[in-house]
Design a protein around this ligand. Structure first.
Ligand code: HEC
Length: 267
């Protein structure tokens, strides 16, 4: 079914070019709409599909906009209406009229209704892996860091821990709480807008299950380097590599553990 959309788009482009040359605005109009519809649907080939509602709104607006456009000049509007007039009223066009009014349109309406009513046999959605295997090493601003099994380097200096936690708190409330919540419960004020939702750090299901290197990696890279098992990559988790220094990223990691009373998993 999917492959038909580029064909519709291509046919639409060809029809609109030929009809523009031949000064046939009605067919030009049909061609433009076909090209737009096929094009919007073909987005699926390289990006997540556009929501049906968006396409519907866009097409409805285009249908009216182009009618206004074609009706600006009187003689063009007459030419635009001519094919419809001849088919609907001309005695010489009785057979096309019967074909269109009594066969094509009812079949089309039936087809659309059938498509809407038919239950869809979609394969079950594949589960998105929430905690994929972390890569062994990542680069942070070009510097290679081995993250497998490492603990937060800031934990080495017990005396400075309080300072780092305080700094991490600042980083958190400047960058993360919009999504992850001011109580670190995943209920930030943007949270309802995202699917998947930002994860809570409280409780024992998220960061408590993770080694600290993995959490650091998620903060550094966000959704951007998740492996194939985590498709679709529709997570809104940003990559903070270029917004936070390496130390700040470790500080906020420290903070989200300390503030929730969680301990990182040891590998
Ligand atoms: C725009 C919203 C948004 C912001 C801002 C944001 N996150 Fe996230 N974050 C998410 C979403 C959504 C997820 C869950 C989906 C995923 O795992 O990619 C997530 C997941 C995570 C995870 C993975 C947790 C787990 O259990 O796998 C960590 C760690 C994390 N975020 C830390 C942070 C930190 C620290 C900041 C601030 C420096 C931050 N996030 C800012 C949206 C956000």
């Amino acid at each position: 079914m999917l492959t038909i959309y580029p064909v519709i788009a291509g046919a639409g482009i060809i029809i609109s070019i030929i009809s523009a040359k031949k000064k046939a605005p009605f067919y030009n109009y049909i061609g433009i709409l076909m090209a737009m519809y096929g094009g919007l649907k073909s987005v699926e080939f390289f990006a997540p599909p556009l929501p049906g509602q968006v396409i519907l709104m866009y097409m409805a607006m285009s249908v009216f906009t182009f009618i206004i456009y074609f009706s600006i000049r009187e003689e063009q509007f007459q030419a635009f209406l001519r094919p419809m007039r001849t088919v609907l009223a001309d005695d010489s066009k009785r057979i096309p009229r019967i074909l269109i009014m009594y066969i094509l349109l009812p079949v089309l309406a039936g087809f659309i209704t059938y498509g809407k009513v038919m239950p869809k046999l979609a394969p079950p959605a594949t589960a998105r892996i929430v905690h994929p295997e972390p890569p062994a090493s990542i680069t942070y601003r070009g510097k290679s860091i081995n993250i497998l099994g490492i603990e937060n380097p800031l934990r080495k200096d017990e005396a400075a821990m309080a300072v780092h936690i305080e700094a991490g708190k600042k980083v958190y409330y400047q960058n993360c709480f919009y999504c992850h919540g001011d109580d670190l419960d995943g209920n930030g004020h943007f949270a309802d807008a995202f699917n998947p939702r930002p994860l809570p750090f409280r409780g024992t299901d998220t960061i408590a299950q993770l080694p600290e290197g993995f959490v650091f990696y998620r903060i550094a890279k966000g959704w951007t380097t998740l492996p194939a098992g985590s498709t679709p990559w529709d997570s809104s988790m940003p990559s903070f590599e270029h917004l936070l220094t390496e130390e700040e990223a470790w500080q906020v990691t420290l903070f989200i553990y300390e503030a929730t009373g969680n301990k990182p998993r040891k590998m």
